[in-house]
Design a protein around this ligand. Structure first.
Ligand code: TYD
Length: 216
């Protein structure tokens, strides 16, 4: 039997959103959650670093303070520790009951921010990921935008949690290039979305692509 057009979209499906700081991906993750919930889907909207009480505590450690507060190696351990807790307590239970998980950043963020911006630590990131996490999203939206344009559009968040923004434009540009390379390397999982458009247009594009994947 095929699903009727008005049946609620069903998981398990694990969707992540990635992009440079200020790309608007958090807004887009929220919009997709609203859209799918309106169709009756069981949606868990979550984020990294964070998404579980313990991981939110680690978030405060890694996102606040001086840019040089942690070495990249220590960051890899902290982000992976947060991810493990998030996976155990939030993501796996939601997928196990057949839900749709929408996660604002996941392991690709560690691959880019810790793996490629301050030396080549990608092998270390991948080894720890294989050992401790071992799962990838089914679908990853890479919200693409020139980091300088993102700043000019005023999308970057004001206030605390600025450690990575404070590392400067060159870091953001390396992150963007890394995401585009990832999309080329993993075209079945990753979908690049042009982020420098009206918010509603980006949201409609993402919703259409997510529903197409859910219909498979
Ligand atoms: P986020 O809250 O998504 O910020 P924004 O909404 O501005 O994109 O992420 C906070 C910062 O954490 C962001 O600068 C990227 C960084 N980060 C890493 O460096 N490694 C990671 O593994 C994750 C999940 C995030």
């Amino acid at each position: 039997m095929t699903a009727a057009a008005d049946d609620p979209p069903r998981g398990p499906l694990f969707i992540s959103f990635e992009g440079v700081d200020g790309s608007g991906k958090s807004t887009q993750a929220r919009s997709l959650a609203v859209h799918l919930r309106a169709r009756g889907a069981d949606v868990t909207l979550t984020r990294e670093p964070g998404g579980s009480p313990g991981a939110e505590e680690i978030r405060a450690l890694v996102l606040n303070g001086d840019a040089g507060r942690w070495s990249p190696e220590t960051e890899i351990l902290l982000f992976t520790a947060a991810r493990r807790d998030h996976l155990e307590r939030t993501i796996r239970p939601a997928l196990a009951r057949g839900g749709i998980v929408i996660c604002d950043r996941f392991a690709d963020s560690t691959r880019m921010y810790q793996g490629a911006t301050r030396g080549d630590l990608r092998a270390m990131v991948d080894a720890l990921h294989a050992l401790m996490i071992g799962v990838e999203p089914d679908l990853t939206f890479i919200v693409d935008m020139d980091p300088a344009r993102a700043l000019a559009r005023g999308l970057a968040r004001p206030g605390a949690e600025q450690r990575f923004e404070n590392m400067g434009l060159a870091v953001q540009e390396a992150v963007r290039a890394g995401y585009l390379a990832l999309a080329r390397a993993e075209p079945r999982r990753c979908e690049v979305v042009e982020g420098d458009r009206a918010e509603a247009d980006v949201a409609a594009d993402i919703a259409r692509r997510a529903l197409r994947r859910l219909a498979r």
